[in-house]
Design a binder for this molecule. Structure first.
Ligand code: TRP
Length: 375
């Protein structure tokens, strides 16, 4: 996604860039959140930093009204640490009582990347769903479906595909160009289907009536959301509540630029990487905010704001705010060396992944449960 590529959150004091983007896209600052949100470090640490219409979701939570959280996954390759960002949010909202809708964007992948549907389905199950389950996602109150196969219930399926088709009447060519830059029929189709993903749960065949729906995304997905919002208000045959959205910072790739991506071996840490691989990758590739020599580092200190190892601790691996703050200060003052910071991270990731890989061995029964709900 072109829009994502111009975002460089890992420049010094990343806030500057995000402030500009918030303004450019018309995204709002995060609202004051009720106390339950403090439990999730992604909120506490402002990694989820912006929103549109999130007040509607907060109202639903406060008034114990039903709401849904919807997201989609591109079954493009290996599941890596960056994907966990969204999974944490799914689990958080599931625990809060949201109904979850998770779309495997296999038709989007079929049309925009050159893989066949069977291959894509396998990737979705083995890489994505299995890891979701090992991380704690439950099948209860969750509809996990494939764009290529919405439901075995014809009424539901018809309603979903009808929506995607009907939406073509309400979008313009220029809107598509703004989303994708270079547009093709496949991409056009994918963005209409994505709008249907986002809105269909409000239909009579699904949740029965309009309800607030939250789509948590990285900021690069915002053009999709703007399109879905606009279409939801132009659509003549049903009164949709426009979707709400929140925006999270990108999880940086090892080399510190952009977001972690499975297309570059030296940028990501996969869930199946071995202890040795992780140690090597972090030592060799993790971008450092430290100084060139130990003497200089001791004297001038490092910059944790651009240091990838520190960012990884902040996003996931050091949940204790006090400990994180101490690491921040020690690194900044020069007391903590880059090699020591990396050693902390290597230990944390390896002990996390060891447990995770164990859990992943036992997910098969759960996978079946998710798939048995395609009705
Ligand atoms: N386009 C999204 C991606 O590239 C996947 C997706 C499909 C999606 N449908 C969605 C995301 C609905 C959010 C909501 O990752």
């Amino acid at each position: 996604m072109k829009k994502g590529a111009i975002i460089t959150p890992w420049e010094i004091e990343g806030k500057v860039d995000y402030a500009r983007l918030i303004k450019e896209f018309g995204i709002q600052q995060m609202l004051n959140l009720p106390a339950v949100f403090n439990k999730e470090l992604l909120f506490r640490r402002k990694i989820i930093f912006g929103q549109r219409d999130f007040g509607r979701i907060l109202d639903a939570i406060k008034n114990r009204k039903k709401f849904a959280m919807m997201t989609g996954l591109m079954p493009s390759g290996k599941f890596h640490l960056g994907h966990m960002l969204l999974v944490q949010q799914m689990i958080f909202y599931q625990k809060l009582g949201a109904k979850l809708y998770i779309a495997v964007a296999d038709l989007e992948a079929y049309n925009t990347r050159q893989k066949n549907l069977k291959e894509l389905r396998n990737i979705a199950m083995e890489e994505y769903l299995s890891n979701y389950i090992a991380l704690g996602l439950k099948s209860k109150n969750c509809e996990f479906y494939f764009q290529s196969e919405r439901s075995n219930n014809a009424k539901k399926s018809n309603a979903y595909y009808r929506l995607a088709s009907n939406f073509s009447r309400y979008a313009t060519f220029n809107e598509f160009k703004a989303i994708y830059g270079e547009i093709s029929p496949g991409k056009m189709n994918a963005s209409l289907l994505q709008a249907a993903d986002i809105l269909h749960c409000q239909l009579p065949e699904f949740e029965g009536k309009p309800l607030p729906v939250l789509i948590p995304v990285g900021i690069d997905q915002d053009p999709h959301l703007r399109l879905a919002r606009d279409i939801s208000q132009r659509y003549k045959d049903y009164r949709f509540i426009p979707p709400s959205s929140t925006y999270n910072l990108f999880f940086p790739g090892l080399k510190g630029n952009g977001k972690m991506s499975s297309s570059d071996e030296t940028s990501f840490i996969g869930m199946t990487d071995t202890e040795k691989e992780i140690e090597n990758k972090i030592k060799k590739y993790a971008f450092s905010g430290g100084k060139d020599t130990i003497e200089e580092h001791r004297k001038q200190g490092g910059n944790p704001n651009i240091d990838v190892s520190f960012q990884y601790l902040k996003f996931f691996f050091e949940p204790d705010d006090k400990k994180l703050q101490k690491i921040y200060e020690d690194y900044k003052s020069g007391k903590l060396l880059t090699s020591e910071l990396k050693a902390i991270l290597i230990e944390k990731i390896n002990s996390f992944l060891k447990k995770h890989q164990m859990k992943k061995k036992y997910v098969n029964k759960q996978v079946k449960k998710f798939l048995s709900k395609l009705d």
